[in-house]
Design a protein around this ligand. Structure first.
Ligand SMILES: NC(=O)C1=CN([C@@H]2O[C@H](COP(=O)(O)OP(=O)(O)OC[C@H]3O[C@@H](n4cnc5c(N)ncnc54)[C@H](OP(=O)(O)O)[C@@H]3O)[C@@H](O)[C@H]2O)C=CC1
Ligand SMILES: O=C1CO[C@H](CO)[C@@H](O)[C@@H]1O
Length: 276
């Protein structure tokens, strides 16, 4: 669905509880505190309203400060954060959440995620999920989900949960298409989010096939890759500290890829991890 939001053109995806998320957001990993004010203002000016944050990124307080100073209403923003590995467990998660909303200067989050599963002690992760459910029931978060979870780990959550995860945020780009897990998520009513959507700045933007398609559309390789994500149902949030790129990455709502182009990009899959 495309919506005209004043001047802003955006596509949205709906969670199983009816809450909708803008399919294009802004990633905040590796944005230095000193660069946060300009980055957040630049992203707002370009039209972004969805911001992907995390306690471990070390910049939530600076991001909160930037929103406080910006001319934007809280209800117009979609804010995600994630509970870090060291904060897993029921009580620690509730405490970590309070720290995150204090840093962000907000009284609720739109989406809260478990950042990583604990593979050695998955019971701890299941306790963490119980805390996510508590936050959801208390109305402190509009939606809850996970990140970096496999199909097996999701099945273990399904077996104990009262509220199913609404999101799985996973590494995803043309060299790591995640077809199987993406389909599993979709079949189970979980919205897919793709992190490092342009390969964390590695390789993807030099790819010959992608550049050929980009040339045909008079678009850049980054724009074509972001369009591919959205056309294949993934929510994305590229990061850039450069104003021109922040704008370029948002300028993807005036074209679509045809079926052959989508197939050609998906065929580039090498199951290659690029988030290094
Ligand atoms: N859940 C998880 O475990 C993880 C979640 N994430 C989330 O995903 C977000 C995005 O992923 P990230 O790893 O940052 O990688 P991205 O795929 O967004 O790539 C970011 C890199 O690409 C460069 N770049 C951005 N736009 C362009 C462009 N148009 N042309 C050329 N280069 C460009 C940036 O450089 P420059 O800034 O210099 O422009 C930066 O080096 C993160 O910020 C974070 O919010 C990321 C990793 C793990
Ligand atoms: O989101 C991410 C980026 O930062 C973290 C580490 O600092 C990663 O582990 C994580 O996946």
């Amino acid at each position: 669905m495309t919506q005209e939001n004043g001047e802003i053109c955006m596509e949205y995806k709906e969670f199983s509880n009816g809450v909708s998320i803008p399919m294009l957001g802004f990633g905040t990993y590796k944005i230095d505190n000193a660069d946060v004010p300009a980055a957040i203002q630049g992203a707002l000016d370009a039209g972004y309203r969805h911001f992907d944050c995390a306690h471990i990124y070390g910049n939530e307080a600076a991001i909160g400060e930037a929103f406080e100073k910006a001319d934007v209403k809280r209800e117009d923003l979609f804010i995600t954060s994630k509970v870090w590995n060291a904060d897993q467990g029921y009580d620690k998660t509730l405490k970590a959440f309070e720290q995150t909303i204090k840093d962000l200067q907000m009284d609720y989050l739109d989406l809260y995620l478990i950042h990583w599963p604990n593979e050695e002690d998955f019971d701890l992760t299941l306790d963490t999920w119980k805390a996510m459910e508590t936050l959801y029931k208390q109305g402190k978060v509009k939606a809850i989900g996970v990140s970096n979870f496999s199909e097996d780990q999701l099945k273990k959550v399904f077996a104990m949960c009262k509220v199913k995860p609404m999101v799985n945020q996973i590494e995803r780009h043309p060299y790591k298409v995640q077809a199987e897990l993406g389909k599993f998520d979709e079949d189970n009513g979980i919205v897919n989010e793709g992190y490092s959507p342009i390969g964390h700045g590695h390789l993807i933007l030099e790819d010959e096939t992608i550049n050929k398609i980009a040339k045909n559309h008079h678009k850049t390789a980054a724009q074509v890759v972001l369009r591919w994500h959205i056309d294949t149902g993934f929510v994305v949030f590229p990061k850039s500290s450069k104003v021109a790129r922040v704008k370029e990455n948002f300028d993807i709502f005036d074209f679509n890829l045809d079926e052959d182009e989508i197939k050609a990009i998906s065929a580039l899959d090498q199951d290659k991890h690029l988030n290094y």
